[in-house]
Design a protein around this ligand. Structure first.
Ligand code: MG
Length: 238
């Protein structure tokens, strides 16, 4: 039994957004300030939104946003405009290891997909800009429905079903803790890509429960190994 399905996060896993935290934090502030004329909550409050999953409604209500779904519509619209500008200015980065990795996976007959918290309409032009779409069997953007965004497992569960993939034979690669948690919850094996070799990342999940890589090409050491279950896969690598 070997891995036959590889799922990826998109932002900062395949395509790099410069100064990411600031990029998304500014979007939150712009929606609150410019669209709603509301005051800006503390950094701790703003950060809590990114890992909230289904809890986003109570957080936004606390910030006096009366319609939480409308908040994300406005957020996505600002995100779309801002990303189009980044692409035009060649500021979005396609990492060097992406095309070689995707080609090799295609040649090996391994199914590949994307599960991203970004909405489909933004993912589409991002993939178009780098001609990535043809490599993928399925691309799933979750941004239209915040309640199923990672760290919730819903998106991964949905794509596994659509791609007819077995979670026990699937890995999920992402750059943030919400990716790792979503993968764990969906019972696929979590892989953390640490492109900046950051030591400071303080994750709450057990470091033994995922594998850390610094280049996508390292996944070939992982997927070639025979495995009986996720545990054996983890033990064989660490
Ligand atoms: Mg990401």
């Amino acid at each position: 039994m070997t891995i036959n399905c590889v799922l990826f996060d998109l932002d900062n896993t395949l395509v790099g957004i410069p100064d990411t935290w600031n990029y998304f934090d500014t979007l939150i502030q712009d929606v609150l300030n410019l669209d709603y004329k509301l005051s800006i909550p503390s950094i701790v409050e703003r950060n809590s939104l990114w890992r909230s999953g289904k809890g986003f409604i109570s957080i936004l209500k606390r910030w006096d946003v009366s319609d939480p779904n409308d908040f994300w519509i406005k957020f996505d619209e600002r995100d779309r405009k801002k990303r189009r500008k980044l692409i035009k200015e060649n500021k979005l980065i396609l990492y060097d290891d992406v095309i070689p990795t995707l080609k090799k996976l295609n040649n090996m007959g391994i199914k590949i997909g994307i599960v991203s918290n970004t909405p489909d309409f933004i993912i589409e032009f991002e993939l178009d800009a780098f001609k990535l779409a043809p490599f993928f069997d399925k691309v799933l953007g979750l941004g239209d429905d915040q309640s199923i965004c990672k760290p919730e497992p819903d998106g991964i569960n949905m794509i596994l079903e659509e791609m007819k993939c077995n979670p026990a034979k699937t890995i999920f690669i992402g750059d943030s803790e919400v990716d790792l948690i979503a993968a764990q919850r969906a019972k696929v094996f979590p892989i953390y890509i640490d492109r900046n070799k950051e030591k400071r990342k303080k994750f709450v999940i057990d470091p033994k429960s995922y594998i850390k890589i610094t280049s996508l090409l390292q996944i070939f050491e992982i997927i070639k190994r025979p495995l009986e279950d996720g545990k054996f896969l983890a033990e064989s690598i660490l």
